[in-house]
Design a protein around this ligand. Sequence first.
Ligand code: GAL
Length: 421
Amino acid sequence: MLVKLEKLIIGFIFAFSTVSTAMAGGEAEVLHWWTSGGEAKALQVLKDDFAKKGGTWKDMPVAGGGGDAANVTLKSRIVAGDPPTASQIKGPTIQEYDEEGVVAPYHIHAVAKAENWDSLLSSQVSNHMKCDGFTKYCAAPVNIHRIDWFWANKKVLDSHGLKMPTSWDEFNAAASKLQSAGIIPFAHGGQPWQDATVFEAVLLGIGGNEFYHKAIVELDMNALSGPTMVKVFDQMRKLQGFTDKGMPGRDWNVATAMVMNGKAAFQIMGDWAKGEFSNAGLKPGVDYYCLPTPSDHGYLYNVDSFIFYGMKGKSKIDGQKALASSIMGKNFQKIFNIYKGSIPARLDVPMDEFDMCAKGSASDLKYSAMTGGLLPSFAHGMALRNAQKGAMQDVITEHFNSNMSSHEAARRLADAIQASL
Ligand code: GAL
């Protein structure tokens, strides 16, 4: 009898504690665009962590690499006065939404203070996460992706006696050789955000760090229309010649698969591409190569983050707090980023379980931060507001998909930016 009663009490305590944690976790409708194999696998780590905190996740995926489609859906939800509990959003768009008044009163700031996020992040990353004149946390960072990467099929390169290129001329020579041998040199998906991704890597390499800052961050008219920009467009034209007929509209992960299966040799893409290689069980240095695209120790960064909107209702606010805490969890950042291809946003996560590409990324990031090469990716929304980003992307895509001269493209680039300001 006594044993039965004891069991009953223990059962009651157990049931009560699970119910109370579930309530503590709250609920979160999360809008995101992580739908490729590698992306979905990484996101599952967050879903599981949130569930462990008792949270109820309502998934709102909007497929489309780079998040263009997701951003359209998000905008219409916000305009309709019905924002999700949290959504993927990056860079200056975080502050743009804050200015629209949909982010206050910054429910997660208390969590950030209690967990001392200021001491866990670099000030560059933490500033991106702040609203209300950069004073309050309204977003949480999951990672740091690097944009300027070459990914290559090792067998294809080895069998043609080629090494990973360390200059753009070397790349052009290798690509021509492969093309003559009937291999697609450059796997590319013809979507504006992918064109822009390639463009900024080329610009960083050909123009250098200072030029990147002048043209992309300061939007300096001379830099935008000048002779260096003409050279950047010249290289874009060469790259166009190395693509295949299937390029228009192709998704980025389909292009990555072409490199994986040896149909193509190279891809220029952020390190979410590595998430695809890993998801397929492939290893860097064994099955594929990763190397930064040629530049003078530049590093184009892209921080994925989730923004939390102004909400009513305890369950949603609890959900935001629990999710923000999950995102900044030390172990979560390790596992998530191993799958995602990126490196942790938190500074204190040990890198020993990461692969050689991620280790290289982490040490290059430190070096570039000290030497002026750490620069925000415009193609992934870290450098510019939406109007300028869109203006730039349109010209790049138009040039890439036509026979527009490099001079004309550089002139149009400056004009488009001028008109957007
Ligand atoms: C980027 C994002 C990455 C990856 C990529 C392709 O903008 O930062 O996490 O998802 O798009 O979808």
